[in-house]
Design a protein around this ligand. Sequence first.
Ligand code: KDG
Length: 320
Amino acid sequence: MLDVVTMGEVMVQFNACTNGPLRHVVYFEKHAAGAEANFAIGMSRLGFKVGFITRVSDDEFGKYVLSLLRGEGLDVSRVKVDPEAPNGVYFIQRNYPIPGRSSVIYYRRGSAASRMSIDDLDPEYIRNAGLFHLTGITPALSESCREASLKALEIASDSGVKISIDTNIRLSLWSREEARETLLPMLRKANIVLIEPQDAEILIGKREPREIADEILSMGVETVAVKLGAEGAAAYTRDEEARKPAYRVPIVDVIGAGDAFAAGFISSLLRGGSLAEALEVGNAAGALVVTVRGDFENMPSLEDIEKFLAAQRRETIILR
Ligand code: KDG
């Protein structure tokens, strides 16, 4: 039995080696990433058995993605190789036009993963999982992905499998209205919701963590984590709340931090951690990931989280 099953697109990432507009960038580093894959790799490194549902292309990029997922210990028995479509690819433009911010340029329309449909779902695979995780990216990929996401949630919810949803709204994939219409009913099925204030603004018109949490808890969700970027994160249940600041680390590439937080936070809750402990583990994973280029490379093991947190407690990390 798998502890976690998730479903999403894994793209090949070309991360600019220098800052500035992409037309002047000469060198790129090749990585692979995708919000659900980052989460899945994080959970696997943290000791959970994880199954991944996706489609990849039947070429070098598809082979790269598949060997990466397999190499990270994920169950890839439900990954399909689609000979009819290319793999999704994206480029990261760094520190321009806003210093300190990266932008993402996708080449993913019509990609192999965007052709996922309910035919890619094996209900037993989801029913036997401990947790089904989805982000707002997968339903935004295409109509068939939206249907498959809804179906996967229905299967999980009908069979009592816990559901976590990270809203991850990408406005280059769909409109605010589409995001709201699709994601709100999905959140009602979730046990755990992870959200950022800008997504909450789109979904429920609120930006303040306590108000966001109250609204989402009132939908029947058990635990809400509000990701606050450089300010850390806050988490809420009906009876408890906690807030933890982010750890200060040298920042190289913030993309993937939210997925690392999700893996750390959820892994800790699944192990019976308190909200405060789960926030610490989530923040630690997020902090480690932003110190390198690429999304998941620095996803830590449990042992490395413990070393990181112990060092923080001893205040031995000099970070400026
Ligand atoms: O959360 C990180 C992701 O945003 C990045 O890996 C790319 O999956 C991605 C997406 O669709 O934005």
